[in-house]
Write a protein that binds this ligand. Structure first.
Ligand SMILES: *[C@@H]1O[C@H](CO)[C@@H](O)[C@H](O)[C@H]1NC(C)=O
Ligand SMILES: *[C@@H]1O[C@H](CO)[C@@H](O)[C@H](O)[C@H]1NC(C)=O
Ligand SMILES: *[C@@H]1O[C@H](CO)[C@@H](O)[C@H](O)[C@H]1NC(C)=O
Ligand SMILES: *[C@@H]1O[C@H](CO)[C@@H](O)[C@H](O)[C@H]1NC(C)=O
Ligand SMILES: *[C@@H]1O[C@H](CO)[C@@H](O)[C@H](O)[C@H]1NC(C)=O
Ligand SMILES: *[C@@H]1O[C@H](CO)[C@@H](O)[C@H](O)[C@H]1NC(C)=O
Length: 606
């Protein structure tokens, strides 16, 4: 069938210069919404799987419903209360800085001309004053007073978490600000003029071990002119944290720890210390994944560094603490522990003291591959979002979308070996910077906002790569595959699963894997589990067959047939081989043998 015929197309090694495909405005323009007047600060909220985007602007929340044909908009006006601070006229209005859904309640907060205020948004229109509706912190702990002061908000398990950057005389903080759990905060001494860049929930197999990471830069204002004032940081807390005891950290986190994050090659001077934004890709319930940070150096040059969540987790759970050398008594300080009635013993009090005075770990978090991603692009990046793509070869790839100062979006494929710009979109009529983006992997949409407009793009934009197999393959876009039946570059169907090509055999059966030969000018080799070592195959009719010859381990795993022609290496087909992995179809099992396996595989190729 058509699905079975989608080939894996991006293990091409580009021995020649592979073209970056540039998309401009086209006849079939994506749906877009123009603001009436420029919105220089925009906040966004999008719930995955919907077509609605909430955009917070100047004294208004735009509720935008996208279809392929256009955008329906609803505007909820939120003028500031009369109290107007005339000292900063440019930022003096009610800029909407926070839109978050907590359980089923929309919390909306704005700067309110210097004295922040929050509302509850009901049925997309009615707004009730949020004050006086249960457990909610003061609005000034959720929204900054001015839109240029960066804030981060994140909703998790029915609670709202808010991080406010330091400005003027305000220290900056990480707080739990709304929900049924106890409202908590950071101690001022834990953060040195923080400027927040992002936050993410880090899942765990056991719910009570769930953490939240906050990404920020700290600024040493007394640093000498020849010293770097910025330090990039990760701070983390446990979501089960319920605060300390009366004598110690009564209203504060008891699980806060922070680490230094480096982005730069080795110990060279080329360090990027100012983290501007961060996104995290993780598996659903596992502490595994990757963190991408957008960093700037003193000259404003921007780069992306990637970090392993496992590395970060390892550092937080094993590193020594700065300024503390005694052994730990009981559980390690900062560990997430299930709250229970017998908690609060002497060990816990000791640990509270350790956290209070030594929240920083000694280990430094370094990027995977040691250096920033090599993007071969000088574009100044202003915003980034990311997606994990399960491609047809059953592997996960990271795709980054980088918004630039010139209103472009770069689509970048990041694999364990390299980062590669797949395509570049110049979307906007004006060339203002990308201010905000939201991604919906479930629906396959990317929302991009500038001061003038908001657009929605498809994540899989395969038809634009041309209509030959070669162009489709060369794009290396993991969302796309070549449909041999329809001869088109298509988006890989959502339900596509490599197990369509799964070969299940009994352990003592000889297996032969066929690779369809389409060009006798190409060389065909097999690889197993991405091993660099490859195995020759034997031509048999229209196939190059891999069989159990001496030294060829036809063990369980993913086998790929690679064809090389004209300097391009293309994956032709892949199989997952499973021994005794499960019940076979009766007709298969009854006559299990090489010839039938070949037939079954050949059927799958049609
Ligand atoms: C919101 O809409 C639902 C369904 O239309 C309605 O039942 C509910 O009363 C509305 N809530 C408020 C507060 O208006
Ligand atoms: C959110 O829902 C949970 C479970 O239904 C409930 O325990 C909690 O109180 C709710 N939180 C808020 C802020 O309404
Ligand atoms: C800030 O920099 C000054 C000058 O180098 C240094 O003395 C001070 O310890 C630094 N502060 C922190 C918190 O690192
Ligand atoms: C409470 O925590 C302690 C220490 O972690 C544990 O030994 C005990 O079994 C827990 N009690 C309950 C009721 O979960
Ligand atoms: C693919 O199919 C296998 C076997 O049915 C299943 O275990 C696996 O979770 C599926 N993968 C995806 C991404 O659906
Ligand atoms: C394979 O092994 C199973 C059980 O070990 C045995 O019953 C079967 O006869 C064997 N088949 C062949 C072809 O050797």
């Amino acid at each position: 069938g058509a699905i079975g015929a989608v080939m894996t197309l991006f293990t091409v090694t580009h021995l020649e210069l592979t073209p970056v495909i540039r998309f401009g405005l086209t006849p079939t323009e994506p749906p877009r919404f123009h603001f009436v007047k420029p919105e220089n600060y925009i906040s966004m909220y999008h719930q995955e799987g919907t077509n609605t985007l909430y955009v917070g602007g100047q004294a208004v929340v735009f509720v935008l419903t996208f279809t392929d044909r256009g955008v329906r908009d609803l505007q909820v006006c939120l003028a500031s209360s009369p109290a107007v601070d005339a000292s900063s006229p440019l930022e003096c209005d009610n800029f909407i800085t926070v839109i978050q859904k907590v359980n089923d309640t929309f919390v909306v907060c704005g700067t309110n001309a210097g004295s922040p205020k929050c509302w509850l948004l009901v049925n997309d229109t009615v707004l009730t004053d949020a004050q006086g509706s249960g457990q909610i912190a003061s609005a000034s702990d959720i929204s900054p007073p001015y839109p240029s002061q960066r804030s981060i908000s994140l909703s998790a398990d029915g609670s709202l978490y808010s991080a406010l950057s330091s400005v003027g005389g305000h220290a900056g903080s990480i707080r739990r600000t709304f929900g049924s759990q106890k409202l908590l905060k950071t101690e001022n001494v834990w953060l040195l003029n923080p400027q927040f860049a992002g936050a993410a929930v880090i899942p765990a197999s056991q719910k009570y071990k769930e953490e939240i990471y906050f990404f920020f830069s700290e600024i040493n204002k007394t640093a000498r002119v020849d010293e770097e004032p910025y330090r990039a940081r990760i701070g983390r807390i446990c979501t089960v944290d319920e605060g300390g005891i009366k004598a110690l950290l009564p209203e504060s986190w008891t699980t806060f720890m922070k680490a230094r994050v480096m982005c730069g090659a080795g110990s060279t001077q080329q360090q990027y210390n100012n983290i501007k934004q961060a996104v995290v890709l993780t598996a659903q319930d596992k502490r595994a994944g990757v963190m991408y940070g957008l960093f700037a150096n003193a000259w404003g040059r921007t780069v992306i560094c990637a970090y392993s969540i496992e590395d970060i987790d390892q550092a937080f759970s094993t590193s020594k603490l700065k300024g503390y050398s005694s052994p730990f008594i009981g559980s390690r300080p900062g560990t997430c522990v299930r709250k229970n009635s017998t908690a609060g013993g002497h060990n816990d009090i000791k640990n509270l003291g350790v956290i209070r005075y030594h929240p920083e770990i000694e280990d430094v978090i370094r990027p995977v591959g040691v250096a920033p991603l090599d993007l071969l692009s000088d574009d100044h990046i202003t915003h980034t979002v990311a997606d994990i793509v399960l491609a047809v070869n059953d592997e996960h790839y990271s795709v980054l979308y980088l918004g630039t100062e010139q209103g472009k979006v770069l689509k970048v494929l990041h694999t364990s070996e390299e980062a590669f710009i797949i395509s570049q979109y110049s979307l906007f009529n004006n060339e203002g910077p990308v201010l905000n983006m939201a991604i919906d992997p479930q629906k396959g949409h990317l929302y991009v906002g500038t001061a003038m407009e908001v657009q929605r793009l498809p994540l899989a934009d395969c038809s634009r790569y041309g209509d030959t197999c070669r162009e489709c393959i060369l794009s290396r876009d993991p969302y796309c595959g070549w449909d041999r039946a329809r001869r088109r570059c298509i988006a890989i169907p959502p339900g596509y699963n490599i197990s369509t090509g799964e070969v299940v055999v009994q352990s003592n059966t000889s297996v032969f894997l066929p690779c369809p030969v389409r060009s006798f000018h190409a060389t065909y080799r097999w690889e197993k589990d991405n091993c660099k070592r490859d195995y020759p195959c034997v031509f048999s009719g229209d196939s190059c067959v891999l069989g159990p010859v001496v030294d060829t381990p036809l063990k369980e795993g993913v086998f790929r047939c690679m064809a090389t022609e004209d300097g391009f290496r293309v994956e032709v087909i892949s199989y997952r081989l499973v021994y005794n992995g499960g019940p076979l179809a009766a007709s298969l099992a009854s006559t299990l043998g090489p010839s039938l396996l070949l037939a079954a595989a050949a059927l799958w190729l049609l």
